[in-house]
Design a protein around this ligand. Structure first.
Ligand code: PLP
Length: 426
């Protein structure tokens, strides 16, 4: 039963565009009515109709500790009693910066912002200023927030210069955005041959989470690193999802590739709004007020967000849960694979650590185009089947599923049992 969610969604549409404050929440890709959530605890979310769900969305990644972790709640309650924003420096900003630098050594200096979008936008401004070049390279299917000139996927690889995905973005704004297919090393080499001296930076999700999970093929990240170095362009890793998710040091620690600038968000705020960009000192020194590149924010370094972030990172450091998360997620995915085979369903699962996507296509998904070949109707059927059984997966084929430290062995077994029934019926 989701009567109250249905009612609220209908009413919300009169007041909020599409009834939601971020589009994918509206269930547009899978149909049906979004759940209106009233609370969350551990691996579960609870809706306004009193239903409970095991949550594999985790607020799109941030909640790696599960919801309402007691230590996070405790620091937030204490923090709130001392004021929620000062617009002046605090020692927590310093502490969080130190922790970020400790975990991600490529970051020598870091600036806190309020979202992942702000982080990527600011990082690119900085890269352009540092290199005194305008062009940037982004990969098809990578999402870096809703920055005008990054809202470009370019429908076909033949289109080198991107065209905007959204009305309201003038074509002139995207004329410096070059698009390359993810994992296509030769394409990138040719792109640099032609435009290399004008390219300020390459921005990439080192493991893509936004066309569903797509892993970099062997040598791909190294190639980007080498070619950017050769042409004196900067390499920006967008680790908004992968930062503190794949390891304490993010994807760069796992793949041993060192970017010039890293963008962070999501887990960094422990569920509160935050983002960050940081990198080599000589680059970061160009940011205002130590340098001329302007960037600011009323709520940047917010005392609640920083304290939730500090506590989250400390817990991750204490627990070092990455092996556990990896094993737990591997077990779930192995069983899902077994069931997909058992019922003869064409699908492939991409997984790394605690993030994965079931693509309903038999071919290996290695880039945006192969991701787009998956059967979205089948994903919707899977999604709704699981939802009915109290398992909340992302309401779109092209998103990642996440596990947290709060997901128990029973939660996983329960999910496998339900997946057996749902996949049988597909
Ligand atoms: N970069 C990546 C890789 C993301 O996944 C997202 C959001 O999903 C962003 C940037 C934008 O972050 P935010 O939604 O906090 O603006």
């Amino acid at each position: 039963m989701n009567e109250r969610s249905t009612l609220l969604f209908k009413e919300a549409k009169n007041h909020i565009p599409g009834g939601v404050n971020s589009p994918v929440r509206a269930f547009g890709a899978v149909g049906g009515t979004p759940l209106f959530i009233s609370s969350a605890k551990g691996p579960r979310i609870y809706d306004v109709d009193g239903n409970s769900y095991i949550d594999f969305v985790l607020s799109w990644g941030p909640m790696i500790l599960g919801h309402s972790h007691p230590r996070i709640v405790e620091v937030l309650v204490k923090a709130a009693a001392n004021g929620t924003s000062y617009g002046a420096p605090t020692e927590w900003e310093l502490e969080l910066a130190r922790l970020i630098k400790e975990f991600i050594p490529s970051i020598e200096m870091v600036r806190l912002v309020s979202s992942g979008t702000e982080a990527t936008m600011s990082a690119i401004r900085l890269a352009r200023a540092f290199t005194q070049r305008n062009k940037i390279v982004k990969f098809e299917g990578c999402y870096h927030g809703h920055v005008d000139y990054l809202l470009v996927k370019a429908g076909s690889g033949a289109t080198t210069f991107g065209t905007p995905d959204s009305p309201g973005v003038p074509e002139d704004f995207t004329k410096y955005t070059l698009i390359a297919p993810f994992n296509d090393r030769e394409f990138l080499r040719n792109l640099f041959k032609e435009y290399g001296k004008d390219i300020a930076c390459v921005i990439v999700e080192p493991v893509c989470g936004n066309m569903g999970v797509v892993l970099p093929e062997e040598g791909f990240l190294e190639d980007i690193r080498n070619i950017t170095e050769r042409y004196e362009s900067l390499l920006i890793f967008d680790e908004v999802i992968t930062g503190f998710r794949l390891s304490l040091g993010g994807a760069q620690q796992l793949f041993k590739v060192k970017p010039d600038i890293t963008c962070l968000g999501k887990i960094l705020g422990g569920g509160l709004p935050i983002g960050a960009y940081g990198g080599r000192g000589e680059i970061m020194q160009m940011v205002s007020p130590s340098g001329p590149v302007y960037q600011a924010g009323t709520l940047s370094g917010n005392p609640l967000a920083t304290r939730a972030g500090i506590e989250t990172l400390k817990i991750l450091k204490d627990l070092n849960p990455y092996r556990d998360l990896d094993e737990k997620t591997a077990y779930l995915c192995e069983n899902l694979n077994r069931l997909l085979k058992k019922y003869g369903i064409e699908a492939s699962i991409n997984r790394i650590g605690s993030m994965f996507t079931i693509f309903f296509t038999s071919e290996k998904v290695s880039d945006y185009r192969s991701a787009l070949r998956s059967d979205r109707k089948r994903y919707s059927a899977f999604f709704h089947g699981m939802l009915k059984k109290g398992k909340y997966f992302a309401p779109s084929q092209f998103e990642a599923a996440f596990l947290s430290i709060a997901h128990s062995a029973e939660d996983i077994e329960d999910t496998i049992k339900d997946a057996d029934q749902v996949l049988k019926g597909l």
